[in-house]
Design a protein around this ligand. Sequence first.
Ligand SMILES: *Cc1c(COP(=O)(O)O)cnc(C)c1O
Length: 245
Amino acid sequence: MSAEEATEAIAAGGPGSVEDGLRRAWERIGRACQAAGRTPDDVRMLLAAKQQPVAAIRAAIAAGGRLIGENRVQELVTKGPELADLRHEAHVIGPLQSNKINAALRWADCVETVDSLVLAQRLAARVGGRAGGLGVMIQVNTSAEASKSGVSPARAAELAHQVAALGALRLDGFMTVGLNSDDAAAVGRSYAALRAIRDQVAASGAPGTATAVELSMGMSGDLEIAIAEGATIVRLGTAVFGPRS
Ligand SMILES: *Cc1c(COP(=O)(O)O)cnc(C)c1O
């Protein structure tokens, strides 16, 4: 849905509500797109739903949210059945352990956090006839912080090509948790690095890379910087749901 439709759909919520948070977030996205000379239709909002109760997530979907992200497979599994009647798409946005792959496959439409060929191979081996296939993104550690997951930028394009060549997974694009810093220029460089990797992979024309268009980057604190650098998905938690406990 467009930002305009979403804004209409959520006109009902009062200040402090999830609906209000969603509306404000759409407004920020709209302004950021305008400043960057981009159309808001090219940027989707992913609701980072960690620690959020089902009621809040249902309210967000009812108000026009379509993309839900969970860090922990356990939360995906417990909330999945309670969201199954609502049209939405679920993404894994946290580290995925091998013993959670089957559970993730049951509920996730996309795993944004593929950072090794081994993980991709394990997903490919089990994806089977999953309806709609499985989307994956390559998570890249663009800020080179030791605490962050993701393949190094130097190895990202190679991994993307290897994953695309598996054939069993649909390579949707690239994801990063950018640099956590007040230095906007440095944050922007970490996002520009992800875009450069995507552009390099797309330009290769290699089998399976034509679908790799997404750049999942930017959170509540820095979505404007990410959109300026080409984000197609911004992942928002606190901006929509308020502070986590
Ligand atoms: C929690 C989380 C977000 C959202 O963070 P906010 O600052 O609350 O918007 C985005 N991406 C990932 C991977 C997260 O874990």
